[in-house]
Ligand binder design. Structure first.
Ligand code: ZN
Ligand code: ZN
Length: 176
């Protein structure tokens, strides 16, 4: 069966939240070769128990009232409810130090592309930095301080998002 497409998280294997596994999915009761290892918000402990197909088709959200990220930041950014729901309920989330925050641009949720590489951060465009300054009430000097010695998966962490319309790269960030 073809691996599901996630509009807002195009490569969840690369970003590290879906792994090859012989585990049986608690939702469809099938071992489909892949299991989701990212964050799940649900009453039941669903950690490493859902396959990507049950996330994509909404079954996991329906059966367990599970979400994979918080829709509030997107709603707060005035993104339409159906898009915030698709991200929260039918898209693999991502692991962050504190609370993940899905970024948006051009009135749409952005694609998530995993931890930013050192080059992504070092060579961030003016546009990328300006949006980051705005989001974080920060300036170039603060940017220099927090990006100094940046390592993917370290603290501070930088997360790469890309606008599906104008292709701008946005960076989320978080600290341990
Ligand atoms: Zn499943
Ligand atoms: Zn855009």
């Amino acid at each position: 069966m073809e691996f599901p497409q996630f509009r807002y998280h195009p490569d969840p294997i690369h970003s590290g939240v879906i792994s090859k596994s012989e585990e049986t999915c608690i939702c469809c009761n099938q071992a489909r070769g892949f299991i989701y290892t990212g964050p799940v918000y649900a009453v039941e402990n669903l950690s490493e128990r859902l396959c990507p197909w049950c996330i994509a088709n909404g079954e996991a959200a329906l059966q367990f009232e599970a979400t994979f990220s918080d829709p509030c930041p997107l709603l707060y950014q005035e993104i339409p409810e159906n898009i915030a729901a698709e991200v929260a309920e039918r898209t693999p989330g991502y692991t962050s130090w504190q609370q993940e925050e899905w970024l948006s641009h051009c009135n749409d949720a952005c694609e998530f592309h995993g931890d930013a590489t050192q080059a992504d951060v070092k060579n961030a465009s003016i546009e990328t930095k300006q949006r980051w300054f705005l989001d974080n009430n920060a300036d170039e000097a603060f940017w220099q301080t927090v990006t100094e010695g940046y390592m993917p998966q370290g603290s501070p962490a930088f997360y790469k998002f890309k606008c599906r319309h104008c292709q701008i790269i946005l960076l989320g960030w978080d600290c341990a």
